[in-house]
Design a protein around this ligand. Sequence first.
Ligand SMILES: [Zn+2]
Length: 300
Amino acid sequence: MLVTMKEILDHANKGYYGVPAPNVGGEREARAAIEAAEELNSPIIIDVGYSAHPDLVFFGKYLTVLANQSTVPVAINLDHGGHASVALLRDPITALRAGFTSIMVDRSMFPYEQNLAMVKEIVPIAHAVGVSVEAELGHVGSGEDVTGTSILTDPAEAVDYIQQTGIDCLAVSIGSAHGAYAKNIIPHIDFERLAEIKKVTNEFPLVMHGGSGTGDENLHRACHEGINKVNICNELLFYAGKAVQAADLTGNGAYAIWDILVNAWKDRLKFQIENFGSAGQAWETKPIGVSSFNQATMAE
Ligand SMILES: [Zn+2]
């Protein structure tokens, strides 16, 4: 059942577990992600990058239909939500039109005051139509250059940021980074910082970006010590690619290519659902009813 990301993260926060947020770019992965969640009775967050699909409105509508057919709680989240200046407002607003139940408004590339002001502007608009908002403080950089591109989250600043913006969850920078890590190193995760942020923010729902390659033990621990959503993309694709490389695609073997890709992607996602403590955590969701999604959520 389609739900807001806030509903999922509040549940995960109370239960001290993490929900995977795989990046999807099309029907095959979206369906596989929801199937994986159903098979393990887990909630799931479908992350869609702002450039992952050429038509965000079409894809969003497709995902809402799929989510509403599901037996487990499913949220649809716009990942990052506009990097280029022209897309700062366009992408989040398009996602609202498309029926996403959450938008990430990432302005972490700007100085603190600007980040704060821009996120503050969008939160009431999203909340008016029952959509959750994720934002980022500090900056999660690239795995190719973790120390050069990341800025760790300041716990005291996080308290002020959450209070002033009214966001529903906060992406924190505690050592992970986007994409594959240079030389496949396992990054150092600053668990002391995570504990401090969780404490001073009064147990606010927290998000980790750059879950891929961050180390299964690190992710397991992070999810049990305050991270409630983990974004994961590169790692699932890596496993899918490895499976295709190992397959015999000669002759009619080529027909199996999509199944090989998707099954390997899904198997790795299922591993992380278990690893994050999300398996078995799904709850019974109430039907939204016959009115449109936005009307129903506005009445909540
Ligand atoms: Zn990210």
